[in-house]
Design a protein around this ligand. Structure first.
Ligand SMILES: [Fe+2]
Length: 412
């Protein structure tokens, strides 16, 4: 299955809505009583099969202004080629078709494959003229601007939670999706949900806050259908691209030993073929490590990361940039020899656009880099043995920090 996703947007009502506990049956968009199909057509000669899943995700509200809340269409393409360019259009015969878009075919996992990744978190959306009716993430337009300019040299974009900060205001989702469209229509845009997508008391989250504004993850799930098992509304999942196995956890859901999420992570990491994907990059929204603190709630997960030799961990949520030494149980770990495994390096990249968090005066011994500027991050996996992570500030697009991880291959 392709990781590539297209989300089509139509105007939504400005009603604020709550989705906690509601069941929204799928609807097929109709025009004059007939299903409005197709909405997506691949144009590659080598693409033989198209499976279309038209669904509606908009809650059953009656818009005051009479506008339709709209529909979301998901197309899953199978039997994609492993090289070349896939061209596509979306639309229908009645309303017309979009311009022709394209994305690069994804090559199969390979131990020495290079891959270039852009990462953001806590980004949201803003306009350069500061237009605002809900929250505004002041520097988001610069962050997505830099990521967009890098599209031609990027294979994958990761957005690690706190995505749009819509928190129940549907048009903000539209603004956000418009802002990422130049990137997300050409490059896989992979997300996990944060507290501002999921948290709500009594809805199954580990944290009882009201940070999702009542969305409970439903708008996120329908806009971003990630690979299994997240297709069944969880947000822990994994995939492989190039020489990397990517594993995402959902930090807003229970993750202690014996929980479904802990069991899934344990099985997923235990079954990585390190000969095929020697690197493991793990990610989730709410951080295990910050500059001055360690969240013991994640202790069971940390044990899994260390035991299964995860290389790099990406977190968000706290609005600064931060990186640790290779660390386990709050202690910096040194490798026995160059290239041998030491421990995961943890990073926080919550500086995508929301108001910045101050750097605390007291820093833990494992903290090697801290920056309270808006920006984005890059990971350049060069081959099976060398990986570089870079921290950029939006202002003047400045590289502030980078580090390299070197591992022997084959892995021990
Ligand atoms: Fe957050």
């Amino acid at each position: 299955m392709s990781l590539f996703k297209v989300t089509l947007l139509v105007p939504e009502t400005k009603e604020k809505w709550s989705l906690c506990g509601t069941a929204n049956p799928p609807l097929i968009p109709l025009r004059n009583g007939e299903p409005l199909l197709p909405f997506f057509q691949p144009m590659s000669q080598r693409t033989r099969q198209l499976t279309l899943h038209p669904t509606s995700v908009v809650p059953q509200l009656i818009p005051k202004d009479g506008k339709t809340p709209g529909y979301f269409h998901t197309a899953i393409l199978t039997e994609l080629p492993h090289s070349g360019t896939i061209y596509y259009q979306f639309g229908n015969p009645i309303d017309g078709w979009s311009s022709i878009r394209s994305f690069k075919a994804l090559s199969p996992p390979s131990a020495d494959a290079a891959i270039r990744i852009s990462i953001v978190a806590d980004m949201g959306v803003s306009q350069p003229d500061k237009v605002q009716y809900h929250w505004q993430e002041e520097d988001a337009y610069q962050t997505i601007g830099h990521v967009t300019k890098l599209s031609s040299s990027t294979d994958l974009v990761l957005h690690i939670g706190d995505i749009a900060y819509a928190t129940g205001y549907a048009p903000k989702w539209d603004m956000f999706m418009d802002s990422i469209e130049p990137v997300a229509s050409t490059i896989p845009y992979m997300v996990t949900q944060g507290n501002h997508e999921r948290d709500w008391p009594g809805s199954g989250t580990f944290f009882d806050g009201r940070d999702s504004g009542g969305e409970c993850g439903v708008p996120t799930q329908h806009r971003f259908r990630m690979p299994k098992p997240s297709e069944d509304k969880t947000f822990w999942y994994s995939f492989q691209q190039g020489s990397v196995h990517f594993a995402f956890m959902d930090t807003e859901m229970p993750c202690g030993r014996g929980s479904p999420q802990h069991t899934w992570i344990q099985n997923d990491l235990a079954n990585v073929n390190r000969s095929l994907t020697p690197w493991i990059i793990f990610s989730g929204h709410r951080p295990m490590y910050t500059i001055d603190d360690y969240d013991g709630h994640f202790a069971d997960i940390e044990e899994l990361l260390f035991n299964h030799k995860v290389d790099l961990v990406l977190w968000g949520h706290v609005h600064y940039a931060f990186a640790t030494c290779p660390v386990y149980k709050k202690q910096c770990i040194k490798p026995k020899a160059r290239g041998e495994y030491d421990a995961p390096i943890h990073t926080v990249i919550g500086n995508g656009g929301q108001g910045l968090a101050p750097i605390p005066l007291r820093k833990a011994p494992y903290s090697l880099y801290e920056k309270d500027e808006w920006g984005y991050e890059r990971i350049l996996v060069h081959n099976s043995t060398h990986l570089t992570m870079q921290f950029y500030a939006n202002h003047l697009n400045t590289l502030h920090h980078s580090f390299q991880i070197v591992r022997a291959f084959p892995r021990k």
